[in-house]
Design a binder for this molecule. Sequence first.
Ligand SMILES: *Cc1c(COP(=O)(O)O)cnc(C)c1O
Length: 436
Amino acid sequence: MLIFVRNRKTTTLSKYQLGLDYAKQQDQNDKLAAYRDKFHIPKDEHGNDLIYMTGNSLGLQPKSTKYYVEQELEDWAKLGVEGHTEAKNPWLPYHEFLTYNMAKIVGAKPIEVVVMNTLTANLHLMMVSFYQPINERYKILIESDAFPSDKYAVESQLRHHGYNDKEGLILWKPREDEELLRYEDLEELLESHGHEIALIMIGGVNYYTGQFFDLKRITTLAHKYGCKVGFDCAHGAGNVELNLHDSDADFAVWCTYKYLNSGPGSLAGCFVHEKHAFNKDLNRFTGWWSHNKKTRFNMRDEFDVLPGAEGWQLSNPPILSMAAIKASLDIFNEVGMEKLVKKSRILTGYFEFLLKQLGENVIKIITPSNQEERGCQLSIQVLNADKTLHHKLTKAGVISDWRQPDVIRCAPVPLYNSFEDIYLMVEKLKAILNAN
Ligand SMILES: *Cc1c(COP(=O)(O)O)cnc(C)c1O
């Protein structure tokens, strides 16, 4: 059976077919297929590869990571403190080795990007600078189903400045019986509340629905009303082309342990738009790592802030974690986001095609069907499902993510998921649903 799917807003005509042979053939034709072998794929007790669909939660480990981390362990053992300058990759400027490749991934200029701290910590540091309430302009707008850490962080900033965290928060909500957010509703919110809003903070790709927002559109609208704009791109970095510089957003933050495969709790990324790079008057929290590199070790100088995103660093960073990030970024740099997104769209389109065969009365895909408005993740709502479905999938060797009340989130990651993975996942889901 041959089915043609014309994707909205694109001119590519992708054809997908049913059957395992087709999946295998797609893997054979896939120019990026070899990258799967560069990752450790978790296995079941018989040594068979699990079907890993949670790269949106914790990305898999590149086989090279071990060697990057070992290099730093060795240099530390061999050199001690001298490693700061004498290590193969000297530790003093180590974060700089990550900047260029990270900037490319998120579509930014190197001066706009730094790897430091963890995600929520960076979000707070950014709000110290870009949430500057004054008079009646003190509210923060977020999406109603924001990731909990983001919501808690924003609420605590409101309290920190002496405001009520309920009254000061404006929620961009989906309409009744809808899951996705509409720009018309944001426009309306801004029309009536724009003058009260100091900051708009949105998840660039919503963690629950997988909706990828038009960052530039949101920023243009927000700036028109005099609001600052920041994005949490935890589900965007390494997944979609973010074009942060062109979006004109004031700041963005993201983690590196999801699509960027840099290990549990690894360091995070931070973007500050170039237009703020030399603004020394911008309020910020500082430490010795935000100070001029040339005079940092004079120790007694007056504070002299570094230009660009580096000027928000606090501490000398954990090199072992950065080594893992370096390993991953080298892979991303080799492939490039363009090729990755191209494969991703085909892979997720195939996933969507197979899921639709299960019947729209059984499953509903919440994620936008327009590929410009999503990354690789599909959020699948299953009729009458409860958490037992997730247990059964896990038992069948599918690692997926369950969100109450009835949604499975699956992210076919183009670097290491295969067409065969997708095929088998849907077959297993079908078998479980049929057995019910
Ligand atoms: C994963 C994620 C987080 C997690 O924050 P940490 O500070 O890394 O623990 C926060 N916000 C969003 C949107 C996320 O997707």
